[in-house]
Write a protein that binds this ligand. Structure first.
Ligand SMILES: [Zn+2]
Length: 146
């Protein structure tokens, strides 16, 4: 027996989406502690190119939390092509990267500042203070002086 009614179950399931991953939650609580206001499920998250994970409207900044595998993080120890069907995976991940790039460009054209935080930067607790220090500079940066 499900503890939820079917309606409640589908509501619960719809909230469990791949974007609510542990690394993203880590980043969200970090931003929160740094005093940033942001949306994760607002209209901008849903309608801007690439559906950014985090939108900081006041800073005209969007943040993507990218999984190192799916988004093909170059030179990253977490990114290794699977042994079976490597060509297929390579094509798949290259398509993802091309799409990421298109979305970033589209966002910049719309005047947004785009920050990408790779999952590996959020994995190790010992790296988090470094990221927390660096974030304000990334977020604060304006379009014109990149
Ligand atoms: Zn990585």
């Amino acid at each position: 027996m499900d503890v939820f009614t079917p309606e409640k179950r589908s509501e619960v399931m719809s909230r469990i989406r791949c974007r609510d991953t542990k690394p993203e939650l880590t980043l969200r609580s970090m931003l929160h502690r740094l005093g940033y206001r942001f949306t994760v499920n607002g209209p901008k998250n849903q309608h801007l190119p690439g559906k950014p994970d985090i939108v900081l409207p006041k800073h005209q900044t969007v943040i993507f939390v990218h999984g190192c595998f799916w988004h093909g993080h170059e030179h990253c120890p977490h990114f290794r092509l699977p042994k079976s069907r490597p060509a297929w995976w390579k094509a798949k991940i290259e398509a993802n990267r091309a799409r990421d790039l298109r979305n970033e460009n589209a966002l910049r054209m719309l005047g947004w500042h785009v920050v990408t935080v790779w999952e590996c930067a959020l994995r190790n607790k010992s790296d988090l203070p470094w990221l927390a220090k660096r974030l304000p500079a990334l977020i604060g940066k304006r379009i014109g002086n990149q």
